[in-house]
Design a protein around this ligand. Structure first.
Ligand code: PLP
Length: 405
């Protein structure tokens, strides 16, 4: 067979309807795209970062960079962590990648052997799954608990780990703030997660790509503020906080100096060397994004204020519908409403999103793609008139498919 068995793991529920959407667009239809979490579509990437990119090009910073990432950028990341969270991570503890997406590829490939377990929480960011499967891993699931505002159910987590005794997970991956639920985990829950990881000697990975996109009074704690002394990994990048998705820049931070952390850093750097370098001018632009705190704070503040307002606006509209209910998010830019499928003549959430796209030209992502069926994920970034129109269309769609009483 030409294609490998593992290729079956490669898929993205977020983009699975792109071909259909494109066909509709080519036939002259206008789609409301609420499936991709791309802030740069709605909020222009800040001017000072764009200028730094242009400057890097003009000064011919166009060669390969070191595989680990340009030193200026790693220095800027190191200062960010010291300044924001009091975390000591030297530039040597940082590996720059082509987005957190590539970081996930590196990490899974360097950690997993055939049959190894990776502990994920449902609903998970959908791209975690192909990354685990491609490298022979098997996911082990705990839950963010919808009944409890999408918090981690600590008692259940303990049970999941206890049950996995002979096949203890290699790592546990937390997403905070969360995609798709918008939940920001509080310090107490995070401390308990750290204690559990410590007790069972499980590597803790925290995907904190939305760490500055927090609102509605929530406050964010980095795993690095709690996990002192145990090996852990932080993931972050330019895509969300810096509104620069198309730069394709992320990074892996492994602050501790213990034997395991050092071994992992070495292997990840070796992996980085096999793909030579990431985009060089973009790295200089990102370094300026990080270093120019005044400009960053100003543009971030504006963006977060607007995201908060849009998120609350659509959450309220959704909760006025008899067909769905959502928790109000306090971070990132998604809502994850539960759909009352029992009221509808539709088989499942996949049929729901496919028909919604075809008939109402609204593109959202099925909850089953995040491990939580009977939900849909809606990106809350569009302006309010579009958000309102989309909720009206979803309601009209549900009315049309309502079961007879
Ligand atoms: N992690 C989470 C939780 C995300 O939501 C995303 C993108 O939406 C990514 C990682 C990937 O980000 P990137 O590859 O752009 O850095």
């Amino acid at each position: 067979m030409l294609i490998s068995k593992r290729s079956k793991y490669v898929f993205s529920p977020i983009r699975e309807n792109e071909a259909l959407a494109e066909k509709l667009v080519r036939s002259g239809k206008k789609i409301i795209k609420m499936n991709i979490g791309d802030p740069a579509v709605y909020f222009p990437t800040p001017e000072y970062i764009i200028n730094a990119y242009i400057e890097a090009l003009k000064s011919r910073k166009t060669s390969y960079s070191t595989s680990q990432g340009v030193f200026e950028l790693r220095e800027a990341i190191s200062s960010r962590y010291k300044h924001m969270y009091g975390i000591d991570a030297s530039p040597d503890d940082i590996i720059v990648t082509q987005g957190v997406s590539e970081a996930l590829l590196f990490i899974n490939s360097m950690l997993l052997n055939e049959g190894d377990r990776a502990l994920l929480f449902k609903p998970y960011y959908s791209i975690y799954m192909p990354m685990v499967g491609l490298f022979g891993g098997k996911p082990l699931f705990a839950n963010y608990d919808e009944e409890n505002g999408w918090n981690v159910d600590i008692e259940e987590l303990k049970k999941v780990i206890k049950r996995s005794k002979t096949k203890k997970p290699k790592y546990m991956l937390v997403t905070n703030p969360n995609n798709p639920t918008g939940k920001v985990l509080d310090r107490k829950v995070l401390s308990e997660i750290v204690d559990i990881a410590n007790e069972h000697d499980i590597l803790l990975i925290s995907d904190e790509i939305y760490d500055e996109l927090v609102y509605n009074g929530a406050s964010f704690t980095s795993i690095g503020q709690l996990a002192k002394g145990m090996p852990y990994i932080l993931l972050n990048g330019a895509s969300k906080d810096f509104d620069a998705t198309g730069f394709r820049l992320g990074y892996i931070l492994i602050p501790e100096q213990d034997k395991k952390s050092e071994m992992l850093k070495k292997k990840l750097i070796e992996y980085a060397q096999t793909r030579l370098s990431v985009n060089t001018p973009a790295q200089y632009a990102f370094a300026e994004g990080l270093n120019n705190a005044k400009m960053h704070d100003a543009s971030l503040k504006e963006m977060v204020k607007e995201i908060e307002s849009r998120a609350n606006f659509i959450a309220k509209l959704v909760n006025e519908s008899k067909f769905m209910h959502t928790e109000k998010p306090d971070g990132a830019f998604y809502i994850f409403p539960r759909i009352n499928m029992k009221m509808l003549k539709l088989k499942d959430d996949r049929e729901f999103v496919n028909k919604l796209l075809e008939e109402e030209l609204v593109q959202v992502t099925r909850g089953s793609g995040f491990g939580s069926p009977n939900h849909i994920r809606i990106v809350v970034l569009p302006p309010k008139d579009i958000l309102e129109l989309s909720v009206n269309k979803i309601n009209a769609f549900c009315e049309r498919y309502k079961k007879e009483a």
